[in-house]
Design a protein around this ligand. Structure first.
Ligand SMILES: [Mn+2]
Length: 345
């Protein structure tokens, strides 16, 4: 190598600021006080794990978005284990956090204040009805505080008590990414199972079925989903997803949910179990992780009022990849929620 070329390279290596000036300004600013500087990053395997490494917080004071764990799996129809989901997603969060979304350019810490507010307290460990009520009661305190909830389950039954609070003043629309429509009726004596939260929410008047779109649906549970069709939900089976293509599905999402308040619910079983085997009801033939990332980025600009990531079951997640995918989608949802919050302000 010529001496002058080597000299230029060595001079470049002395540079301390990023090429990305917006990100550099953010990292230099007060807003980023919770974000570590590049050259002072703590080892990601040290300290207490929190969702997206956002740090622990007691209460909702000074927050715009609360990241919450719901360690609950009493609603499963088959394999349990999602009570361990929040813990495992926190642990894998060190490999899925920001500060900047490389694709959308969103730096959520510039747009909103958020932290890990811990797990929803559930005292009724042996009573499904009481536990569901406790989850709902807790989320009313979140909404009372004017904070947007972003939750990690837990099985999918938790979306019903969450929506009871989120949709209490105005029924919300729903973007649901899932292998199962989860609009089934009572099952073995209970309606509070993970195959029925969106039927329950529609019947409670907190979810507008005509502003609901369910994407990635497949498998042998199909006969349980009549309520989706009968109530006017838009169901996109995985076959139609690939027939339409990503852009057309994104357009369809916008057409269905419109400008009204909308909730995002991501079930890890929407993705092919090759990537997310650690879940109670895996369905072969699913979406790719990058397709779900693109779907979530595509909802930027909509009026988003909350979201959840559900059905991570660590006992079936031997590689930890299910929790990594879940933490990554949690990050993607945080980006679009932060953007929606900032637009709304
Ligand atoms: Mn589900």
């Amino acid at each position: 190598m010529s001496a002058s070329k080597l000299e230029r390279l060595r001079a470049l290596a002395e540079k301390t600021d990023l090429n990305d000036q917006v990100l550099q300004d953010f990292l230099d600013g007060d807003a980023a006080s919770g974000v570590e500087k590049r050259d002072q990053v703590a080892a990601p395997y040290t300290g207490v794990s929190t969702f997206l490494s956002t740090g622990q917080r007691q209460g909702f004071e000074g927050l715009d978005i609360a990241l919450l764990g719901v360690p609950f799996d009493m609603g499963v129809t088959n394999r349990p284990g999602t009570r361990f989901g929040p813990g495992q997603v926190r642990q894998m969060s060190a490999m899925a956090n920001g500060p900047k979304n490389h694709a959308s350019g969103v730096i959520p810490g510039r747009l909103a204040r958020f932290a890990d507010c811990g797990d929803v307290p559930i005292a009724s460990r042996y009573n499904l009805d009481d536990a569901t009520r406790e989850i709902e009661d807790f989320y009313h305190t979140v909404i009372d505080a004017g904070v947007i909830p972003l939750s990690v389950g837990g099985d999918h039954s938790i979306s019903y008590p969450i929506l009871k609070a989120v949709g209490r003043d105005a029924a919300v629309g729903l973007i649901q990414i899932d292998a199962h429509a989860d609009t089934g009726g009572p099952f073995n004596g209970s309606r509070f199972h993970h195959g029925g939260p969106f039927r329950n929410a529609a019947l409670a008047g907190v979810l507008d079925p005509e502003r609901t779109i369910q994407i990635g649906i497949r498998g042998r549970a199909e006969p349980h989903w009549d309520f989706s069709y009968d109530s006017g939900m838009r169901v996109i089976h995985v076959e139609e997803f690939y027939e339409l293509g990503l852009e057309a599905v994104q357009e369809e999402i916008r057409r269905v949910v419109g400008d009204g308040p909308t909730y995002v619910s991501f079930d890890v079983d929407s993705i092919d179990p090759a990537f997310t085997p650690g879940t109670g009801t895996p369905e072969v033939g699913g979406l790719l992780p990058r397709e779900v990332q693109a779907l979530i980025r595509g909802v930027q600009g909509l009026n988003l009022v909350g979201g959840d990531v559900v059905e991570v079951s660590p006992p079936f997640d031997q590689s930890g990849n299910t929790a990594l995918v879940a933490a990554t989608m949690l990050w993607e949802i945080l980006c679009v929620l932060s953007d929606s919050f900032a637009r709304d302000r």
